[in-house]
Unconditional design. Structure first.
Length: 372
């Protein structure tokens, strides 16, 4: 009898343990949060940016971790877009995306970085109020990195923002056409070289297709600092104050021009730009850009880019003249070629087919790009 009772007791314990295991197993099921993402807020929903708050923390987004039923570390992404682009077949398709660290439930922006996102990446008008939509996305990936069967969840809000013009008016040498060649009377992009370090070295990209003079482009360079005119020195690569017209034969579509007023030299490099990145095996020739003299933009259309990958702008089949970002979060281009080899690759926020543009017309320190 005792043996029977002992067997019954062990059987009962086994049944209870099995039941507990089943309950525990059934409770550890990854499921979409029925409540979505709670507590998504911005520290300010009416934000005016300026040089005065460029280096300050101006905005923090915060939220509560969604409940997936089990302990997971979701991937969080902030998406910024115009309200008109947040509905319809391609809703949020043009959004600028910013990843949030996996172990964080907040994201803080400095004024300069958020201004670059608004003015450079979203292309909002400066010095006026605009309404933007902000969406927080939470999704869970499998251990393999592939998307989970559990669909992403979202929370959204709207903000009124006023970005400022971060364009810096550097000292410049302005192009003045010679003979019959008329150039703009005022400072104009595409007709200037700038000194981004406020020294005697100037750089810019010029398009000079107006051949006159000696079968080339006759022009002088006028300083915005003191009005001095610089022209022909003792050769095509030297300068003198008050010298005759500089000229090139033949004039290419666009060229990189560097002037050193300490050494009184000028150097020209004809250029052709390309997109080089993860999606084309970092080829320096596979994805060419086309220069448009009217818009002064280098453009590449139908460019396939993949989320999480990166690219850079290269020139003439090498990396000696190339442009990346000085920081991934602010969208500001920086020279990344020889001899410094600096910068970080331009990140791709979302997989898609894009038109990529490069604008070098405003002189050194004010080069910009767009991905649309």
């Amino acid at each position: 009898m005792k043996t029977l009772l002992k067997q019954f007791f062990y059987l009962l314990l086994f049944t209870l343990a099995l039941s507990a295991c089943k309950k525990e197993k059934s409770s550890n099921v990854l499921a979409p949060p029925t409540a979505g993402i709670k507590g998504f807020t911005a520290s300010s929903t009416n934000l005016s940016l300026s040089e005065a708050n460029a280096d300050k923390n101006v905005l923090t987004f915060s939220f509560n971790a969604p409940d997936y039923g089990v302990k997971v570390i979701p991937s969080y992404t902030l998406q910024f877009d115009l309200p008109a682009d947040t509905s319809g077949e391609n809703a949020w398709g043009k959004a600028v995306e910013v990843k949030i660290a996996a172990d964080s439930l907040r994201k803080t922006f400095k004024g300069a970085d958020f201004n670059a996102l608004l003015a450079v990446q979203l292309l909002l008008p400066v010095d006026v109020n605009s309404t933007i939509a902000v969406r927080l996305k939470s999704d869970v990936k499998q251990n393999s990195g592939l998307a989970s069967a559990v669909k992403p969840v979202y929370a959204s809000l709207t903000m009124v923002v006023k970005p400022y013009r971060s364009f810096v008016e550097y000292p410049a040498l302005l192009v003045k056409g010679g003979n019959s060649w008329r150039t703009p009377a005022e400072r104009t992009n595409g007709y200037l070289l700038t000194s981004a370090k406020f020294n005697e070295k100037y750089e810019g990209y010029l398009d000079l297709p107006n051949a006159d003079g000696w079968a080339g482009d006759a022009f002088n360079l006028i300083s915005t600092k003191d009005g001095k005119s610089y022209g022909w020195g003792t050769s095509a690569t030297t300068l003198s104050v008050g010298g005759g017209g500089l000229w090139l034969t033949p004039a290419p579509n666009q060229m990189k021009v560097n002037v050193d007023l300490d050494a009184m030299t000028i150097n020209y490099t004809p250029v052709r730009f390309f997109i080089s990145g993860d999606d084309n095996g970092w080829s320096t020739s596979a994805t060419p850009m086309v220069y448009n003299a009217s818009t002064k933009l280098w453009t590449a259309s139908n460019v396939t880019l993949t989320e999480g990958k990166g690219f850079t702008f290269t020139c003439n089949g090498s990396y000696d003249i190339s442009y990346k970002l000085n920081k991934a979060e602010n969208g500001v281009l920086t020279f990344s070629g020889a001899p410094t080899w600096g910068g970080v690759n331009i990140p791709v926020a979302k997989t898609g087919v894009y038109t990529v543009t490069l604008d070098l017309s405003a002189g050194d320190g004010n080069y910009t790009y767009s991905v649309k």
